[in-house]
Design a binder for this molecule. Structure first.
Ligand code: ADP
Ligand code: MG
Length: 837
C-alpha cells in the first residue's frame, strides 16, 4: 500500500510539476512552485537552479529570495565556476552530492554553510544533449541526500530543463524588447532635445529608470584638460563628488581606459581589474562604453553595480548602441549650440552696435536694421524693414549712390567710406557716414551690409573748431587793422574838426562836416571790429540783470520794429518770455549792443513782417537767451560764415560786423552763441552764459565827467604817433592852450621835469615806458597835476587801474575834438577850484 501510495503520489507530483512547468516562464516562480510540489515526495529545505553564464565562467543563480542572506545566493551570480559542485556536475554530466559542507574546501560550500546548509545535491540539467545548468538541493542536516533523491530526479529534470530553456528564451525576447524600448526612449529624448545639458539629464534619468543599475553616468571629455567630467545628473550627488575627487582623465581608471581606447569594457569584478580606481567601496561590476564621433571619443557612458558579474554581454551591446546614438546627438547639439552661441554673439554685437547696421538687397530695400539704425533715422525697426534706402537720403545723396552703382557695374574701384545726407522721419537732415560691403549669401543672393554713422555732431564740432580758428586769425588781423585805422581816423577827425573851427567858408564847412561824420562812422565801425577781437581777459565782469538789458534793447529798437515797419505797411510782432534767472557776469552796454544787433538782424530778415520771440531761461548753471524770428532764414553756407567780420548778405546797407562783434563779446563773457536756421522758416540764436556765483562781480558804475567852463592851460602831449600828437597839439593850440609834445614816455617825463604843465595827456601803448608808468611818474613829481589817458585799441580800463594810477580822465581814440576841449577845460576848472579852495 505504502509503495503504491507512494508511486501514486509521485505520479501526481510529476503531473503537477509538468503543469507548473508548462504554465510559467518565470524561473523563480517555477522554483517555488516546483519545490513546494516536490516536497511531497522529496525532502529538502532548499531548491535552487544555476545556469552556466554566456561566457562559461560562472553561473546565474536562481533561488527563493527569502531563503538566503547572501546576495549571490539570492538570485545572483556564482563566480567563478571553479571549485563548485555545479561545475563538477556540468563537467561530468552526473549528480554531485556534498555530504558535509563543513568538510568541503569549495568556496561555495563555505558560503552555503554560513547559510545553515550542511549537505547538498546538485543534478545536471540537459537540453539537446548538452548540460547547461544544474538543479540544486540543500539540507540542514549532514548526509541528507541519497540514491532515493537521485533516482527521482530524472523524472522531472528533462521537462524542467525544457521549461528553463523556454524561460531563458523568453527572458531573452523580453530583454530584446526592453532593449528596443530603451533605444526608442533614448532616440525619442535625443530627437526632441535642443539643449545638451537637458538632454543628458533626461537620458541619464531614463537609463536609470530602464536599467535599475545602482549607478549610471555620462562623462564627457574636456578637450583642453583631457579630464573626464561627469554630467551633474550622473550617478547620484554623493558619488559625483567622489568621482570628481578621483580626477578621472583619459587613460586613467576604467572610464579613462575606455575613453583612451575607444572600446567598450565590461569588468565583472572591479577589484580584480588593475585599471580600476576605487571611488565607492560597494561597487563590484562596471561596464563602460565610449561615445564616439568618427574616431574621436567625446565621452563615455558608465554603469556600475554592487555585485560581481552583474552585466551581460547583451547589456554591454545595448549600452554600446545607446552610446553610438548619444554621441551623434551630443555632437549635433554641440554644433548647434556653438552656432547658436556665435549667432547670439553676433546678434548681440549687431543689436548693441554704436553704428547703425542694415542689410540692403539689390532693390535697395532694407531687409534688416538694428536698434541704432532706428535711432539715427527716427523710424521704428519695423518701419525700416522694407523701406527703400534711397527714401532715407536726400536728392544729392541719391545721385551719389547712383554714381557709385554705375561705377560698380563698370567694375571700377572706389573707397567704401562715403558721406550722405540722411533724412530723418520728420525731415531733419543728418550727416551720415556710410560703409557698405557686399554680402554674398550661401544661396548665391547678393546683399549689402551697410554701416551707418551719424556724424552730424562730429561735423558740427569740426566746423566749430575750424570756425573759431578762422575767427581767431581774422581777429588778430582785424586788431592790427583797427589800431592803424584808429590813428588815421584820429588825425582825419581831429584835423577836420580843427578846420571846422577855424574856417569861415560855409562850403568848406559843409565838406568838413561830411568828413567828420564819415570819420565818426568809420570810428564806430572800428570800435565794433575791435569788440570782435578784444581779449581783455582781465576785464572786470559786472553782475548783469539780463532780463532788464533785454527789456532795454526791446525799447531801444522799438522805433525800428514797430514804427518803421508800420510805415512800410508790415507788422512785426514782438513776444518776450523772460523767466526768473540768476545774474551773469558781463558788461551791460556790451550785452545791450549784442541783443540790439540780433533784433536788428531779425527785423532785417523779415521784410514782409513776422514774429520775433525772445526768451530767457536757466538750466545747468547756465543762463540762456534765445531770440528767434520767422524770417527768411539762412542756408548752410551763410550759416557757416555769419560770425566772420565783414561777412554780410546785405552789402549795400550793412557792414557785417554785428555778429562778429557779438561773438567777441559773448566769448569774453565766457559764454557761447549758437545759431539754428532753416531757409524760409526763420532763425534762432541761442546765447548761453555761465551763471555768476554768489557774491561774484560788482554792480556797474559808469565813469562820468561833468563838463564845465574852460580856461587857458599848459599842456604836455605824449604820443608815439606823430599824426596823433600833432593833431592834438594843433587843436589845443588853436584854442589858446600852450602845448608841448613828446614822442615817448621818457621824453615826456624829461619835459615835465624841465617845464611847468597844468595838464598831461599821454598815450597808453607806447614803446619803452608805457602810459601807466608815465602817469605814475608825473603823479610822483606832482600829485595834483591832472593826467589824461589817450586810449586807443578800443581798450576799456578798469576802475581799479584808474584809481591805482591816480588817472584823472580818459580820452578815447579816435577822439572827438570838442570832447577833448571840454575835458581839458573841465579839468582846469576843477583844478582851479581845488587850488582856490
Ligand atoms: P549784418 O547784419 O551787418 O549783415 P551781421 O554780422 O549782423 O552782419 O550778420 C551777418 C549775416 O548773418 C547777415 O548778413 C545775414 O546774412 C545773416 N543773419 C544774421 N541774422 C540773421 C537772421 N536773424 N536771419 C537771417 N539771416 C541772418
Ligand atoms: Mg547785423
Amino acid at each position: 500500500v505504502t509503495q503504491e501510495k507512494r508511486l501514486e503520489t509521485e505520479k501526481e507530483v510529476i503531473n503537477n510539476i509538468n503543469k507548473i512547468l508548462a504554465s510559467s516562464l518565470d524561473i523563480r516562480q517555477v522554483i517555488s512552485a516546483v519545490h513546494a510540489e516536490l516536497k511531497r515526495v522529496f525532502d529538502s529545505e532548499r531548491m535552487t537552479i544555476s545556469i552556466l553564464d554566456e561566457k562559461g565562467e560562472g553561473f546565474r543563480y536562481f533561488a527563493q529570495k527569502k531563503d538566503y542572506e547572501s546576495k549571490e545566493l539570492r538570485n545572483g551570480v556564482i563566480y567563478p565556476k571553479e571549485g563548485t559542485s555545479f561545475a563538477k556536475a556540468l563537467e561530468t554530466g552526473r549528480p554531485v552530492i556534498v555530504n558535509d559542507t563543513e568538510k568541503s574546501d569549495s568556496w561555495i560550500d563555505k558560503k552555503l554553510l554560513k547559510e545553515g546548509i550542511r549537505s547538498s545535491l546538485v543534478y545536471p540539467l540537459e537540453y539537446k544533449g548538452k548540460v547547461f545548468g544544474t538543479i540544486n538541493f540543500g539540507s540542514k542536516e549532514v548526509n541528507h541526500f541519497s540514491d532515493h533523491h537521485i533516482n527521482f530526479l530524472p523524472l522531472i529534470a528533462p521537462s524542467l530543463a525544457i521549461s528553463i530553456q523556454n524561460a531563458l528564451l523568453f527572458e531573452e525576447t523580453i530583454n530584446r524588447l526592453n532593449e528596443l524600448s530603451v533605444l526608442y526612449e533614448i532616440i525619442k529624448i535625443s530627437a526632441s532635445s535642443f539643449n545638451l545639458n537637458q538632454m543628458l539629464k533626461d537620458i541619464i534619468n531614463s537609463l536609470n529608470h530602464l536599467f535599475k543599475f545602482e549607478r549610471i553616468g555620462i562623462l564627457l571629455v574636456d578637450e583642453k584638460t583631457k579630464r573626464l567630467i561627469p554630467h551633474p545628473s550622473s550617478y547620484n550627488e554623493i558619488s559625483i563628488k567622489e568621482i570628481e575627487k578621483l580626477a578621472l582623465s583619459v587613460g586613467r581608471g576604467i572610464t579613462g581606459w575606455v575613453a583612451e581606447k575607444g572600446e567598450p569594457l565590461l569588468v565583472n569584478d572591479v577589484f580584480r581589474d588593475s585599471r580600476y580606481i576605487c571611488g565607492d567601496e560597494s561597487i563590484r561590476s562596471e561596464m563602460c562604453v565610449p561615445l564616439k564621433v568618427g574616431r574621436k571619443v567625446i565621452g563615455v557612458i558608465d554603469a556600475q553595480r554592487n555585485v560581481t558579474n552583474a552585466f551581460t554581454k547583451d547589456d554591454l551591446r545595448l549600452l554600446l548602441i545607446i552610446g553610438g546614438q548619444l554621441a551623434t546627438v551630443i555632437d549635433n547639439l554641440r554644433l548647434y549650440e556653438g552656432i547658436r552661441e556665435s549667432e547670439e554673439k553676433y546678434r548681440m554685437v549687431v543689436e548693441g552696435a554704436h553704428e547703425g547696421i542694415c542689410v540692403i538687397g539689390l532693390d535697395y530695400r532694407l531687409k534688416y536694421a538694428n536698434q541704432k539704425m532706428s535711432e539715427i533715422f527716427g523710424y521704428s525697426i519695423e518701419e525700416l524693414v522694407g523701406i527703400d534706402f534711397r527714401d532715407l537720403i536726400d536728392e544729392d545723396s541719391r545721385r551719389l549712390i547712383a554714381e557709385r552703382t554705375a561705377k560698380r557695374e563698370r567694375g571700377e574701384r572706389f573707397p567704401p567710406l562715403f558721406e550722405l545726407n540722411g533724412i530723418r522721419k520728420g525731415g531733419e537732415v543728418r550727416n551720415i557716414e556710410i560703409n557698405a560691403k557686399v554680402l554674398k549669401g550661401t544661396t548665391g543672393g547678393v546683399n549689402f551690409i551697410v554701416f551707418v554713422r551719424d556724424i552730424t555732431e562730429k561735423k558740427r564740432m569740426e566746423e566749430q573748431l575750424l570756425q573759431s580758428e578762422k575767427l581767431r586769425a581774422l581777429g588778430e588781423m582785424a586788431s592790427g587793422v583797427a589800431h592803424d585805422f584808429n590813428n588815421a581816423l584820429a588825425a582825419i577827425l581831429g584835423n577836420a574838426q580843427l578846420m571846422l573851427i577855424t574856417t569861415k567858408d560855409e562850403e568848406l564847412k559843409e565838406s568838413l562836416r561830411t568828413i567828420e561824420k564819415v570819420a565818426k562812422d568809420a570810428a564806430h565801425t572800428v570800435k565794433r571790429l575791435q569788440e570782435f577781437t578784444r581779449k581783455r581777459t582781465h576785464q572786470e565782469l559786472y553782475r548783469l540783470d539780463i532780463n532788464q538789458i533785454i527789456r532795454d534793447a526791446i525799447e531801444i529798437t522799438k522805433p525800428k520794429w514797430k514804427d518803421e515797419a508800420q510805415a512800410k505797411g508790415v507788422s512785426i510782432e514782438f513776444v518776450s518770455n523772460l523767466e526768473e534767472i540768476p545774474s551773469v557776469g558781463g558788461n551791460a552796454s556790451d550785452l545791450r549792443e549784442v541783443i540790439t544787433n540780433m533784433i536788428f538782424n531779425a527785423i532785417e530778415a523779415m521784410p514782409e513782417g513776422g514774429k520775433i520771440e525772445v526768451r530767457t531761461f536757466h538750466q545747468n548753471q547756465k543762463v540762456y537767451i534765445q531770440l528767434s524770428d520767422t524770417g527768411i532764414g539762412m542756408d548752410e553756407e551763410v550759416k557757416k560764415r555769419i560770425f566772420e567780420p565783414f561777412f554780410t548778405t546785405k552789402p549795400f546797407t550793412n557792414t557785417g560786423l554785428g555778429l562778429s562783434m557779438s561773438y567777441g563779446i559773448i566769448r569774453r563773457f565766457g559764454g557761447e552763441i549758437e545759431v539754428e536756421s532753416k531757409v524760409g522758416y526763420g532763425t534762432t540764436f541761442t546765447i548761453s552764459l555761465p551763471v555768476q556765483l554768489e557774491g561774484e562781480g560788482k554792480e556797474e558804475e559808469s565813469l562820468t565827467f561833468t563838463i564845465q567852463k574852460g580856461k587857458e592851460a599848459r599842456i604836455l602831449v605824449i604820443d608815439d604817433e606823430e599824426e596823433v600828437r600833432n593833431t592834438l597839439s594843433k587843436i589845443l593850440t588853436k584854442v589858446n592852450h600852450q602845448v608841448m609834445v613828446a614822442k615817448d614816455g621818457e621824453e615826456g617825463i624829461r619835459l615835465f621835469k624841465e617845464n611847468k604843465f597844468d595838464i598831461v595827456l599821454t598815450d597808453l601803448g607806447m614803446p619803452g615806458i608805457s602810459g601807466w608808468e608815465v602817469c605814475r611818474a608825473i603823479k610822483n613829481l606832482s600829485p595834483h597835476t591832472p593826467v589824461g589817458m589817450i586810449t586807443g585799441w578800443g581798450i576799456q580800463l578798469s576802475q581799479e587801474e584808474i584809481e591805482e594810477n591816480h588817472l584823472d580822465f580818459l580820452i578815447p581814440k579816435p577822439f572827438d575834438f570838442r570832447q577833448i576841449l571840454k575835458l581839458v577845460s573841465e579839468t582846469m576848472v576843477s583844478k582851479g577850484t581845488q587850488f582856490l579852495a
